[in-house]
Design a protein around this ligand. Structure first.
Ligand SMILES: Cc1cc2nc3c(=O)[nH]c(=O)nc-3n(C[C@H](O)[C@H](O)[C@H](O)COP(=O)(O)OP(=O)(O)OC[C@H]3O[C@@H](n4cnc5c(N)ncnc54)[C@H](O)[C@@H]3O)c2cc1C
Length: 279
């Protein structure tokens, strides 16, 4: 497999890491090899904390997996012809959003300002709540997913909050073709985004525990705005792990461990990381 040198201190949204050789996935055969060799997958690294010593990394070749087009496919259950949007898993959320908007299609308004590639977005079942409290997640928009070269109906994937249970390599997906871009919803998401910290970050560090908010718990134990070395919890949004400048992998790990300990001691809740750590 070909490799590419990626400097994760520049590539990752948290701006932590070092230059590391990454294997390029150019076919389903490469994908199967990655799974067999236990490689860690990298999308756009918007939700990753990567050690400078990480090894065995792989990513999709974006020259090959960045297509987007409207396709007619046969429904495997009733044989009817249906339209969907075929998207390569290396394509960025902003390009998917722009395509849907230009074609007057709805359903991915929440991808505006949600950074990542389709592969990472599906793996994480990324999403956002609107200001009216309605939850939007990518799983609702999926017809089928190409994992390691095999097309699987999205209904068969055990999606849940920020989890898909997918362990293979996502190569492509068919998204539902829903007529009518929702301009008001798109503006609502933009307004929510405007309140998020602008510093290098990985978005939310912890998943929200059932019926509560990780940000509220972190603030209650005095960690809003608290930092170790160059990494802190944002003073604007407690659950955003931010790089204040020169932050290291070790600083981030120490802060995450401290947060888990304090929240557990105070509330008996074990916070679960949303950020994916590659040691
Ligand atoms: C400023 C900011 C705001 C954010 N806001 C939100 C938000 O509102 N909602 C939300 O849900 N998230 C949010 N995030 C987190 C991030 O946008 C999502 O988790 C996104 O899905 C990450 O996509 P990625 O391509 O960068 O994946 P990466 O961060 O590179 O990887 C994430 C996970 O996906 C896996 N993965 C990547 N590509 C593939 C593939 N092709 N096949 C299989 N597995 C793969 C990786 O192994 C890893 O486990 C935010 C992040 C930032 C920096």
């Amino acid at each position: 497999m070909q490799t590419r040198l990626i400097d994760f201190s520049k590539y990752s949204s948290l701006r932590i890491g070092a230059p590391i050789e990454v294997h390029l996935i150019r076919s389903s055969k490469d994908a199967q090899e990655c799974v067999a060799r236990g490689f860690s997958l990298i999308g756009k690294a918007q939700n990753l904390l990567i050690s400078p010593h990480a090894k065995n990394l792989a990513m999709l070749d974006k020259e090959i997996f960045s297509q987007i087009s409207i396709e007619s496919r046969e429904n495997t259950t009733n044989g009817a012809q249906e339209n969907s949007v075929l998207v390569g898993a290396a394509l960025s959320s902003s390009k998917i959003f722009s395509f849907f908007k230009a074609q007057n299609l709805g359903g991915v308004e929440f991808l505006q300002g949600l950074p990542g590639s389709l592969g990472g977005i599906i793996k994480m079942n990324a999403g956002l709540k609107s200001s009216s409290g309605q939850n939007y997640e990518i799983c609702e928009m999926l017809d089928s997913i190409n994992i390691n070269g095999e097309w699987i109906d999205a209904e068969k994937i055990p999606f849940s909050y920020r989890s898909s249970g997918i362990s293979g390599v996502i190569l492509q997906a068919c998204l539902k073709k829903i007529q009518g871009f929702n301009d008001a919803l798109s503006k609502d998401f933009l307004a929510i985004r405007a309140k998020h910290p602008k510093m290098p970050s990985c978005g939310s560090c912890f998943k929200n525990p059932k019926g509560d908010f990780a940000g509220r718990l972190l603030e209650s134990v005095g960690l809003k705005g608290f930092s170790i070395g160059g990494v802190g919890f944002s003073a604007q949004h407690a659950n955003f792990l931010v790089n204040l400048g020169g932050g290291s992998f070790e600083d981030a790990l120490a802060l995450i461990e401290l947060a888990k300990k304090r929240v557990f001691e105070a509330f008996g809740i074990m916070l679960e990381c949303e950020v994916q750590i590659i040691s």
